[in-house]
Design a protein around this ligand. Structure first.
Ligand code: BTX
Length: 320
């Protein structure tokens, strides 16, 4: 929008958007219903005084500085899972970069059908539809990429020190604040689409986290001791995601790998690993382009791990 003391005339809007001035006025009324405070002054035009502190298609898309991500955006108050909706949209042919967000998920899901607790208005429950030109074995790279995006955004916006626990938990002070679920549809060795689900605990207070999550989960608010704007955090994630994704597509996985390893939990440290055949001490040394975790045993042998139980030192094995 052009700036004129912050006012934009109805005529300007009508010219730019190629709609009638009555239609401009109707849009303003819609925005007011959405919680925007708008000042309308004769001969000067309209000015937004304040945006609502809530998530809607408008609040996320307004000021969203992306080329292709989130231009089609669907916001719901309550859904079973944003993943399911994104799969439906993918099947309807919606484009690369379509985003689905919900205030609450009543059947949020984690990996291997585990539940993902997604309380109303407290977090970011979002699925991104991607149509990457990649082969299916590269799909885990997108999960690792998403984890680096979240770690970078949390650092940019706070003093927090996020870590990525292989393959994709984001921890702060050893507690999980975020998880990523990547689901893929592929045919003839080509990815048709990927639905990348991101769950982030944002504004839960300590009392909001209950049951067995109490000891292992946290939120950005608990860790940073301040409330976060959910809409603004979504915008930052979409912006950083697009930048990182475009870089990955043009330059390959190397940079993502380096950033991942910078945030990698216990990289360079000893853990106990248990596979079907044995239990052993190993040093975690990084990740492979195919998403495997790389570990070195005490004899110096390196091994790639795709699924293993790892004793992270939090009092129990964690099946992956
Ligand atoms: P995951 O399998 O790594 O983590 C699931 C496990 O994490 C659960 O078994 C539970 O122990 C724990 N957990 C459940 N809810 C939470 C929570 N809110 N915070 C911390 N820990 C929790 C991680 O799977 C992938 C999560 C993806 C969630 C997004 S939200 C948007 C999209 N829609 C959807 O249904 N899932 C994805």
């Amino acid at each position: 929008m052009d700036k004129n003391d912050g006012y934009v005339s109805g005529q300007q809007l009508s010219d730019q958007l190629e709609i009638s001035r009555t239609a401009v006025w109707k849009h303003m009324k819609e925005l007011e219903k959405d919680g925007y405070k708008i000042e309308a002054i004769q001969r000067k035009g309209y000015r937004i005084i304040s945006s609502p502190d809530k998530v809607s298609e408008n609040t996320v898309q307004w000021g969203l500085n992306t080329d292709w991500l989130g231009h089609q955006l669907y916001h719901y108050k309550e859904v079973a899972s944003t993943q399911d909706i994104a799969h439906q949209l993918a099947k309807q042919g919606k484009p690369h970069g379509t985003v689905v967000i919900a205030d609450e998920q009543v059947k949020g899901k984690g990996r291997m059908s585990r539940p993902w607790h997604s309380p109303k208005g407290k977090g970011i429950w979002m699925s991104i539809l991607l149509r990457p030109d990649l082969v299916p074995v590269q799909a885990p790279q997108l999960t690792l990429l998403a984890a680096t995006v979240l770690a970078e955004v949390f650092i940019q916006k706070s003093e927090l020190k996020p870590q990525i626990k292989w393959p994709n938990d984001i921890l702060i002070n050893h507690k999980k604040v975020s998880g990523i679920l990547t689901e893929m549809q592929a045919e003839h060795d080509q990815i048709q689409y990927v639905v990348l689900g991101i769950g982030i605990n944002v504004n839960q207070a300590a009392d909001d986290i209950q049951g067995d999550l109490r000891h292992k989960a946290s939120s950005l608010r608990i860790e940073s001791e301040e409330e976060w704007s959910i809409a603004e955090t979504i915008q930052c994630i979409l912006h950083q995601f697009e930048k990182t994704y475009d870089q990955f597509m043009s330059q390959g996985f190397k940079k993502v790998k380096n950033v991942w390893e910078k945030y990698g939990y216990k990289i360079g440290e000893q853990v106990t690993i248990k596979t079907m055949k044995r239990e052993w001490q190993a040093e975690l040394i990084g990740i492979e382009p195919d998403g495997a975790l790389k570990a070195r045993d005490q004899k110096g042998n390196e091994e790639k791990l795709y699924s293993a139980e790892i004793m992270w030192g939090e009092g129990g094995y964690d099946a992956k």
